[in-house]
Design a protein around this ligand. Structure first.
Ligand code: C2E
Ligand code: MG
Ligand code: MG
Ligand code: MG
Length: 292
């Protein structure tokens, strides 16, 4: 019997069985291995300046290249990674990978804009977050203003004083702070003036079907006016149609991000985009009809 057990143990480590065993592992276990197996990728989605139609930056969006499942989107594993704390090393990897890539593109004169990085609440609450951010600037030599940190409204419901102090420390490094998915969380509008944000990202649920969706049109218009009144720049997320672009252009939205210009794309594709100097086709004066 002991022999049998030993046999089983031997089998467990037998490389020919490893692939088999992995197939049976659940998401959590394979997620735990993904980092050391280099299965993550950073995709980049361009952000376009609406005044000029030029690429003004990129958001780094992680992907998981799963050996069997193929490309897994972050919506399928970030929540779990957050729950079990793996988001911290994954997030650090994304930060390092994207920063060194952007630094290379800058050094080759291909890229001038900003790099936006998403931070989950768990990453934000790491005691060494600010030193880690300072360290990445040091190791890559990136200008601090190149980095934009995206946080969500979930931050705003925890200890306010600590959160404000930390956001201020990040800003003191010279980075920009964006509030992601604006309008979908619990925050009250008064937070907008208390917290040191530079940018509001209108969630894509409010961009959908502009301007035919009258409720979205009212919300988007109100967000833009309020944000500009508070001296914040506005990024519209999830812009898919020319009609949406027209409306946002008319409302003087600052920046656009969405499939209309480009989905998130792999490093080599993004480099091609930079090389071709692709610009967003801006509305002609005749195109623009005020919707009110
Ligand atoms: P997010 O930060 O709000 O990112 C924008 C999401 O909208 C991306 O989904 C992007 O692919 C999608 N999107 C952009 N334009 C369009 C469009 O025109 N139409 C539609 N339907 N979707 C569009 P993605 O890449 O699946 O990421 C989902 C979320 O996962 C992100 O939402 C972010 O919250 C999280 N995430 C992604 N990468 C990271 C990361 O490195 N760290 C952390 N903490 N979270 C991340
Ligand atoms: Mg984001
Ligand atoms: Mg968002
Ligand atoms: Mg989101």
């Amino acid at each position: 019997r002991a022999q049998q057990l030993g046999g089983n143990q031997y089998e467990f480590y037998n490389p020919s069985l490893t692939a088999h065993a992995i197939a049976d592992l659940n998401l959590e276990t394979s997620l735990r291995y993904a980092l050391e197996r280099s299965e993550f990728l950073v995709y980049y989605q361009p952000q376009v300046e609406l005044k000029t139609g030029k690429i003004a930056g990129a958001e780094a969006l992680v992907r998981w290249q799963h050996p069997e499942k193929g490309l897994v989107s972050p919506g399928k594993f970030i929540p779990l990674a957050e729950e079990i704390g793996l988001i911290v090393p994954i997030g650090q990897w994304v930060l390092e990978t994207a920063c060194s890539q952007i630094q290379q593109w800058q050094a080759r004169g291909l890229f001038e804009g900003r790099l936006a990085i998403n931070l989950s609440i768990r990453q934000f609450n790491q005691p060494d977050l600010v030193p880690k951010l300072a360290e990445i600037l040091e190791t890559t030599g990136l200008e601090p203003s190149t980095l934009e940190i995206e946080v969500t409204e979930s931050l705003l419901v925890q200890n306010i004083d600590n959160t404000i102090a930390k956001l201020k420390a990040i800003k003191a490094l010279g980075m920009t702070i964006a509030l992601d998915d604006f309008g979908t969380g619990y925050s009250s509008l008064s937070y907008l003036q208390q917290f040191p944000f530079d940018i509001l990202k209108i969630d894509r649920c409010f961009v959908r079907n502009l301007p035919e969706d009258r409720k979205n049109a009212a919300i988007a218009t109100a967000i833009l006016q309020m944000a500009h009144g508070l001296n914040l720049k506005v990024v519209a997320e999830g812009v898919e149609t020319y009609q949406e672009l027209l409306f946002l252009y008319g409302q003087e939205c600052d920046t656009l991000q969405g499939y209309l210009f480009s989905p998130p794309i792999a490093t080599s594709e993004f480099e091609t985009l930079l090389r071709t100097g692709k610009k967003l086709k801006l509305p002609e004066t005749d195109d623009y009809l005020p919707s009110y």
